[in-house]
Design a protein around this ligand. Structure first.
Ligand code: 5GP
Ligand code: MN
Length: 339
């Protein structure tokens, strides 16, 4: 695999073999790849007779709660003492699907000074130096695919049971938005084939992940596209704003806006899309793009964020109006190079 020295996998495997208590940590506002890769690895480690625990900073959407092992996931935000003790007793820490400690808000303070061996497995650009082992490449669909690569390179594919395969496949499926984004590599399909051979049901998983929303969510999508989308043709951009009023009116639940930000990109000549969601004291922003438009740069420069070339996000501590005003003012200059 491009960008990865495969010897690192056997070094990580050696550390795994020598310990028992292992903690797997993923990023704040976990998405399908965060939870899928973490639980996928969790099942593999348990099948190796290790005592593995998944710890995440905060809650994740309903459409991921069916994943095998879901009930064992520990949220740091409402179990701080318990989670801290488990982390401190760990003999090995895995960090999955993020590239900087700032992405695990709260948990970073617990792990920062620990001498416990740390492993990063991730596919975001520019990872910071905070682990002893770093498996990082952007040349892969998802962290779940990288976990598969690790497990198969170490001849441990027999430890991927159906539960693990369902979790890893969900990570791969969500990060590629059902094979429509960043899904052009033969290795992604080889991994998919190997996971299908573990007996998972593709259609069933797709339905659980993408066709499992409430009526309100579907109507909110209609409302956003009809009434809340603003097109900026000179910048080849479009954006959607979800206000607190919309949140109440459509009984917004965590995860309900998943995928909304992709819709503007289905228009021809639109290569930049943004979604703003008004929160209590800040605005959560998602960015998506087509072609070579680096939304992660834009997110990092202006909205305390980051991510991938074509999929990024950020948080901005201001009012929704000020946030959108700032976005409208900055975008034309940023897009000059790409229109
Ligand atoms: P989403 O728009 O789905 O929340 O996030 C898309 C991608 O952007 C995520 O996979 C993650 O890589 C990145 N991302 C989202 N929010 C943030 C953020 O607040 N900070 C950073 N650094 N990256 C983010
Ligand atoms: Mn990912």
């Amino acid at each position: 695999m491009k960008g990865i020295d495969i010897n690192i996998f056997s070094e990580i495997k050696q550390v795994c073999d020598s310990v028992n208590n292992i903690v797997i940590i993923s990023h704040r506002n976990p998405d399908g790849d965060a939870i899928g890769s973490a639980l996928g690895l969790y099942h593999v480690l348990n099948n190796m007779n290790k005592n593995a625990t998944v710890i995440i900073p905060n809650d994740y959407p309903e459409f991921l709660r069916w994943l095998p092992g879901n009930e064992s996931v520990i949220r740091f935000d409402n179990n701080k003492e318990f989670a801290t003790e488990i982390i401190k007793n760990a003999e090995l820490l895995f960090f999955l699907d993020f590239n900087d400690l700032s992405r695990i808000s709260g948990v970073d303070e617990v792990v920062r000074d620990l001498k416990t061996p740390k492993v990063l497995i991730d596919h975001h650009p520019d990872p910071s130096d905070f682990t002893d082992f770093k498996v990082s490449t952007i040349d892969v669909s998802s962290t779940a695919e990288l976990i598969f690569e690790f497990v198969s390179t170490c001849q441990m594919t027999h430890h991927i049971d159906k539960n693990s395969a369902e979790c890893l496949f969900t990570g791969l499926l969500t990060d590629t938005v059902s094979f429509s984004v960043n899904a052009y590599r033969p290795s992604t399909f080889r991994t998919t084939g190997a996971l299908l051979e573990k007996g998972i049901n593709f259609d069933d998983i797709r339905n659980k992940v993408f066709n499992n929303y409430s009526e309100e969510r579907t109507r909110l999508l209609g409302h956003c596209l009809l009434n809340k989308m603003v097109v900026m043709p000179e910048s080849k951009a479009a954006y959607i704003v979800i206000s607190t009023k919309d949140v109440y009116k459509f009984k917004f639940a965590k995860g309900d806006s998943e995928g909304f930000v992709n819709y503007p990109l289905s228009m021809k000549n639109i290569t930049f899309s943004a979604l703003f969601i008004e929160k209590k004291d800040h605005v959560k922003i998602s960015f998506r793009s087509k072609e070579k438009v680096p939304v992660n740069e834009f997110a990092k420069l202006h909205f305390n964020g980051g991510g991938h070339l074509n999929a990024a996000g950020g948080e901005y501590f201001s009012t929704i109006d000020e946030t959108v005003k700032k976005f409208e003012a900055l975008l034309p200059e940023f897009m000059k190079k790409y229109v």
